[in-house]
Design a protein around this ligand. Structure first.
Ligand code: ADP
Length: 123
């Protein structure tokens, strides 16, 4: 079974893409299995090396959106792409808006190996 850390990497890590095209989200949301059964409404991809994302677990501690205490905010801005389902898009045709951004990100970490398990937002 896929671990929480593996799921985070599948849903959020794309270190090797630097420039994204308008069709990026439509292709990537499908390729990473986020359009199975339903279209995942919002998802962010991170274009930074995995170690640079993992060390966020040792950076500023913040409260998660769900009230849990295990979220951390990156001290530097990261290259990210936000994918947002377009209004009127109907499953199985998942049509996304692609937006490239440079923002500080917030992730949840679990302490077994101090791995990132949840993308909590960007600020
Ligand atoms: P996303 O990373 O986009 O939020 P999911 O909701 O599919 O994607 O996965 C988040 C996973 O992280 C869930 O399995 C959830 O149980 C887990 N998790 C662990 N700690 C937290 C936390 N503090 N906040 C949110 N999710 C958490």
């Amino acid at each position: 079974k896929e671990s929480q850390a593996e799921k985070f990497q599948r849903q959020h890590m794309d270190p090797d893409t630097s420039t994204v095209t308008a069709s990026y989200c439509n292709e990537m949301m499908k390729r990473r299995n986020m359009t199975v059964g339903q279209c995942k409404p919002v998802n962010t991809f991170i274009h930074e090396p995995l170690p640079d994302v993992q060390v966020i677990c040792f950076q500023g501690n913040v409260t998660c959106k769900n009230g849990k205490p295990n979220c951390h905010q990156s001290s530097s801005k990261m290259r990210i792409t936000d994918c947002r389902l377009k209004k009127g898009s109907k499953y199985p045709k998942c049509d996304y808006q692609t937006q490239q951004l440079q923002k500080s990100i917030i992730v949840a970490c679990e302490c077994v190996q101090y791995e990132t398990v949840d993308f909590d937002g960007s600020v």
